[in-house]
Design a protein around this ligand. Structure first.
Ligand code: 5SP
Ligand code: FE2
Length: 223
């Protein structure tokens, strides 16, 4: 099976957002990755519903919404109404994670949990069967264009081994510092979905970079 490529619109040109959305529509990308940051959970503020609505208006592919916010329960319904196909909440931001996951599903969205670089994957053991996806943060959340944290490889392998026992078709998404130079090794480690901001939007030919990240002749995954 082929892995998923999710360009992060955080790295798009917001003065030309429609153009960048059309570029993704016309590329081999699978999803739109939408980073929502509240300035509390992470030391940055990105955007909220007005941008989400603008993306939803033109995007022709599923919206993969990554909530880097405290109290996500408060906003899940609104993100669902504005076109979210998958909603990711942070383990570190949820006191009652099981309830939050059920809430996401009750609005018809796929449910996913993100782990910060310091959070061990074993903490998801008792909720893994309820999840559609786990997002491994391979940088500290808050900004695009950061350097990939190498320890993330061990986390992906550990999570894939755990998923093989409990939930073999779990999607493992990697987010932060993903590029053409580490994607093959990440697929081999067991990841199946890849967010890329800087690697795509800083490329001379963005559409070609998406195609290059999508078509990896040496690797494919089996789940
Ligand atoms: O969630 C985040 C950052 O917190 C990401 O989705 C970034 O947008 C990824 O950007 P690159 O590291 O690929 O430039
Ligand atoms: Fe993200």
């Amino acid at each position: 099976m082929k892995h998923i490529i999710a360009p992060s619109i955080l790295s798009a040109d917001f003065a030309n957002l429609q153009r960048d959305i059309e570029m993704i529509n016309n590329s081999e990308a699978d999803w739109f990755h939408i980073d929502v940051m509240d300035g509390v959970f992470v030391p940055n503020i990105s955007f909220g519903f007005p941008v989400m609505k603008a993306v939803n208006k033109y995007a022709k592919k599923p919206l993969d919404v990554h909530l880097m916010i405290v109290n996500p329960d408060q906003y899940i319904e609104e993100f669902a109404k504005n076109g979210a196909a998958i909603i990711t909440v942070h383990y570190e931001a949820c006191t009652h994670l099981h309830r939050t996951i059920q809430l996401i599903k009750s609005h018809g969205c796929k449910a996913s949990v993100a782990l910060n670089p310091h959070t061990p994957v074993i903490l998801l053991k008792d909720i893994l069967a309820d999840l559609d996806m786990v997002l491994i943060m391979s940088v500290n959340p808050g900004f695009g264009g950061q350097q990939f944290i190498e320890q993330s490889f061990n986390k992906i392998t550990e999570l894939r081994n755990m998923a093989n026992e409990i939930h073999p078709d779990l999607i493992i998404e990697v987010d932060g510092g993903v590029s053409i130079s580490n994607i093959d090794a990440l697929i081999t480690a067991g990841a199946t979905a890849f967010v890329a901001g800087n690697a795509i939007f800083a490329a001379a030919d963005q559409t070609q970079m998406i195609a290059d990240m999508k078509n990896r002749p040496e690797v494919s995954y089996q789940i």
